[in-house]
Design a protein around this ligand. Sequence first.
Ligand code: ATP
Ligand code: MG
Length: 609
Amino acid sequence: MTAPGPAHEEEVLGKAYDARLVRRMLPYVAPQARWIALSVTLMFVVIGAQLLQPYLIKLLFDVFIPRADRAGIAALALVYIAATTVELLARYGQLYSMELTGQNVILHLRDRLFRHLNALDSSFFDRHPVGRLMTRVTTDIESLADLFSSGVVSLLGDSVKLIAIVVILWWLNWRLACVTFAMTPFLFLLSVLLRGRIRRSYRDVRRRIARINAYLQESISGMLLVQLFRRGEVNRREFDAINSEHRDAELRSVVYESSFSAIIELVGNVAIALIVWYGGREMVRGVLTFGTLVAFLNYTSRFFGPIQDLSGFYAVLQAAMASLERIFALLDERPTITSNPLPAALPERARGRIDFEDVRFAYRDGEEVLHGIGVRVEPGEKIAIVGATGSGKTTLIKLLIRLYDPTSGAIRLDGRDIRTLPLPWLRRQVGVVQQDHFLFTGTIASNIAFGRPDLPRERIEVAARLVHADRFVRGLPKGYDEEVRERGNNLSVGQKQLLSFARALAYDPAVLVLDEATSSVDTETEILIQDALRLLLEGRTSIVIAHRLSTIVGADRILVFHHGRIVEEGTHRALLQARGIYHRLYQLQFGLETETSGPLPLAAPEIST
Ligand SMILES: Nc1ncnc2c1ncn2[C@@H]1O[C@H](COP(=O)(O)OP(=O)(O)OP(=O)(O)O)[C@@H](O)[C@H]1O
Ligand SMILES: [Mg+2]
């Protein structure tokens, strides 16, 4: 069981039954009570019809044949057909209602989980890798499905069936019954032992599949780099190793699995042989009828299946409990950033004054990223933020839209602390164009209307036209209905940027924040983007984390970030004259001779960072 490397929480198995978890599960199961009742009822019908069949055979040999009762034999055959038909129909209904119960429970739980994930804030996602969360919503929930399909009802069914068979065997002939029962502890022990091995080998296989997936994911998404740096050969060898490990694990599990069924079958056959030997002698002695012997053999062969299933139930239960534990732990996570009810006097649209008051922030305790940012942005003002990579620019923006809350200090919008505002209202006022232009699966149009799904088509197209995205969109085979594939892989960086501008314009926020991407685009697109930007920033407060000279120069005020502090502040001209950090940054980034008294550059040169 001990795995090399760090223990994965996916592999921790605990108790097989935990009353607390089961109680929490009840609200999801209770609405299915009717289906569960139906399933249990049908289960009894199945067992009854099933166990009637060997008895009918006994009647044939012991009663009807000796009496040469032809009509009785015909009737018996009909009853036999009826019994199997009833069994078949009832089994169908039973499996269906059980599966329906399980799937309904899972549907609600998964729904609940997804809604819950949507309500959690960024700091939660910093702490929890995406892969783990995916596992919660997929695999963990799957193992609950197992609990229903091969769990609870089969546990009940198998137990009832076992008890019924024991009673019937005992009633038919108790001495012969003892022969069958003698095999039971042996079989149960073997099952438990082998099941443990099988379970471990399955886990091995799963772990290796996860490794293959992770490796594939990384190499395929980084294929460009792999090919550029000719890492292909190394990667192939690494993959080969992982791949063969997987084959070996898979083979091991097949070996265990097939030895398991072979051994169980062997034990069953030994029991049959013992009954043939002992029962045959009893028949010769005349103390056992032929019909009883045949019925006995038949019941005995039905006896070992449930034992086999029961031995596996513990594992199913254990896995389900472990999954439940993790699922509920996730549901117990509370968002730290909460919305407030709408204050009475909140206008439809904010004026757009923003105050950062001594804002301090740390992603992790003790590692402060922002050390007391204090600045006021007036309504309609255009602010540019510049600074080295990692200086905390994006972080400040995240605080403004409350992806995180400051550790101390406050941010105000129109004089109101943003923590007292309803989140949807705040995020309606502050539009953000992110550094990496994230597009969602859907069409071009639905991506532009992302924040406002009710936006009419006309407005979408107007927004696109204004930011010059219109031209390339029309060039696409399906225009605005073109599908966006895999986060926009089928679009260029510049095109994605224009689209996210169109999205922001359609959203029409009072405050626009733009985290410019550093990547440069061709001169023609650059001119389009500049023009789009000018239009986008018009008539609203704007904060642009700027890499483009044109944006920087055009700003009313520039804030220079350095290691989480604002170290310089002023207009382009004033900052250049001060010959401080901005001056140095400017020279480094744009490689221009700065003649502070000379004319300012009009067009932005190609920027490379
Ligand atoms: N989710 C996070 N968890 C922990 N630390 C983070 C996280 N995001 C950013 N940081 C750290 O915070 C600091 C500031 O990051 P930030 O993204 O604000 O920089 P930036 O100024 O926007 O840089 P760039 O110009 O490269 O975009 C960096 O040191 C970074 O490592
Ligand atoms: Mg950034």
